[in-house]
Design a protein around this ligand. Sequence first.
Ligand code: 4NP
Length: 157
Amino acid sequence: MSLKISVLFVCLGNICRSPMAEAVFRDEVQKAGVSDHFDIIDSCGTGAWHVGNLPDPRTVDVLTANGIYTEHLARKLKLTDFKKFDYVFAMDRSNLQNIKRVCPSDAKTQVALFGDYGSTGVSKIVEDPYYGGDDGFQLCYEQLVDFSRNFIQKVVR
Ligand code: 4NP
């Protein structure tokens, strides 16, 4: 791990929430002018069903509407991620459990809910929007912007 901070966002399929988190976080880092504080910003899933796929079109639509581009291809969480990343952020409690189950006991990475950085009144859980409507994706976006801004403020001094 370098002095710069590396952050990994994790959901189930790595096609809806975590690629959105990765893209939103990178956008917020750029907008805040703090890119030099960060090294690797990436995302993955705990499941392998969508490996190699581009994000869900509804994730792409919300990002595009906000001027954000993504070319992420889905991948599955792997053991070396716990060496490479300072923070591994889960979208929901089920993701968090799945990550903790495979995280080596001597890993120095911090595994947490990204929503732990949420503002008061913003739900800490980024609900799985896959089987729902477009409004679920919009809500994800709003939560992820909030968490990203708060996390950046907390770790960049
Ligand atoms: P994600 O959403 O975990 O936010 O990428 C899902 C995508 C696909 C499935 C479930 C959740 N799936 O069951 O295929």
